[in-house]
Design a protein around this ligand. Structure first.
Ligand code: PMP
Length: 407
């Protein structure tokens, strides 16, 4: 892929031009939420200025325009993940709503006492807690597939754990803490061979990797819009049609029914069966613009740039005395967790903020992963294609300055 014109790219993201505490902003918290290009900001603004109306209800012009703009994002998402059908794309408020939908509509009705749901040691709480909640109701249990010290799933152990009690396996495509890319296609083959459905948390994959649910061979794929340059409060669940047809709705209300009588209600077909109530219309219009924006930049060009940034960051950070990187998978995205001897993550992040540098410190909604590494918190620098080598150098230089204050 041809190299990106980084000045032009950065000009697409207005917030990147601001300063923080009198210093130029260095935004390295992209795994938490990414920044938004003008195309997304303008698409939501334009929607509210010109076409604002509720969707799928009114025959008037604005209602039709709003519905068209909103439904166009379903087509874009279907293409983005290579879904066999747009009707398999359920709009959600994010990954969290998607995993909860699967927990209550798919898992809970199937679970009986003694059953298990298999997760991995590196899951985000959004891919742990919903399963715990439904397991507790059903008398079922969680099982956990282990990882190596370098932050890679132990695939053979995962496969050994795929026994008859497992009713669902849930794995993140990319770890939000370690950056590890999991071998989903391989895991899906093993699950399918045993008739075990596989849910993939694609939150951290969507901004970095091409996604092809058909090639991956999973059953469910969840993602969140705000990490892929789109608005907050948008996301998606893709599921195989057979599952969507079998699943009862989770939320009830308007826009998800065929006919309502007090004696009983019949439901609309998927996807609408799972989309009760007025959705985040402007948000999904913005998410459509985010997908168009990513297409215009090019996923391959983005990935190539991120790879170069990751290599630079790895080298630069390893030059810092006493710095330990957590997560050294061979196959990873540009997310780097680290610790520095004798320095508290929160203290360092607070001082870095005074230098204009935004990194995240904490447990990253992954307590069990922190427990595995025996730490309470890490610092995390997570990069996007709009970051620069200079910003990474600024991070390393600032760490050098501020650690003197903490020593
Ligand atoms: N899974 C992973 C791997 C994540 O990184 C996140 C967001 N930090 C989520 C799930 C939850 O996404 P959301 O809060 O947008 O629902």
């Amino acid at each position: 892929a041809p190299a990106l014109d980084i000045d032009r790219i950065r000009a697409d993201f207005p917030v990147l031009a601001r300063s923080v505490h009198g210093k130029p902003l260095v935004y390295l918290d992209n795994a938490n939420t990414s920044q938004k290009p003008l195309a997304v900001i303008e698409a939501t603004d334009h929607f509210y200025r010109t076409s604002n109306a509720n969707v799928a209800r009114a025959v008037h012009a604005l209602g039709a325009e709003a519905t068209d703009a909103y439904e166009a994002t379903r087509d874009k998402l279907a293409r983005f993940v290579n879904a066999p059908s747009r009707d398999e794309i359920i709009f959600t408020s994010g990954t969290t709503q998607a995993t909860n939908l699967v927990a209550y509509s798919f898992a809970l009705p199937r679970l009986v006492p003694g059953d298990t749901i298999l997760v991995t040691q590196m899951e985000h709480h959004a891919n742990i807690v919903p399963w715990q909640l439904v397991c507790a109701r059903a008398g079922a249990k969680l099982k956990v597939a282990p990882i190596s010290q370098s932050g890679e799933l132990l695939v053979d152990r995962f496969v050994e754990l795929l026994t008859a009690d497992v009713k669902l396996a849930c794995v993140t495509h990319v770890s939000n803490v370690l950056g590890t890319i999991n071998p989903i296609a391989r895991l899906a083959r093993e699950c399918r061979r045993r008739g075990i459905p596989l849910l993939v948390d694609g939150s951290q994959a969507a901004p970095h990797l091409p996604i092809d649910v058909r090639a991956l061979g999973c059953d469910f794929y969840a993602l969140t819009g705000h990490k892929m340059f789109g608005p907050t409060g948008t996301g998606m669940l893709w599921a195989r049609r057979e599952h969507l047809e079998a699943m009862p709705p989770f939320f009830g209300g308007g826009e998800m029914i065929r006919e309502v009588r007090f004696e009983g209600t019949t439901f609309a077909d998927p996807p609408h069966k799972f989309e009760a109530g007025t959705p985040n219309v402007a948000g999904f219009v913005g998410l459509g613009a985010a997908i168009d924006y990513m297409d215009s930049v090019g996923l391959a060009a983005m990935a190539a740039r991120e790879k170069a940034l990751l290599e630079h960051a790895n080298t630069a950070l390893r030059s810092v005395p006493g710095l330990r990187v957590i997560g050294e998978a061979a196959d990873k995205v540009a997310v780097i967790s680290f610790l520095i001897d004798g320095v508290h993550a929160h203290d360092l992040a607070t001082l870095l903020d005074l230098e204009g540098i935004a990194v995240r410190s904490g447990h990253h909604c992954a307590h069990p992963l922190m427990q595995f590494y025996g730490v309470a918190a890490t610092l995390r620098a997570s990069l996007a294609f709009y970051n620069t080598h200079d910003e990474i150098d600024a991070l390393v230089a600032a760490i050098g300055r501020v650690r003197k204050l903490l020593a």
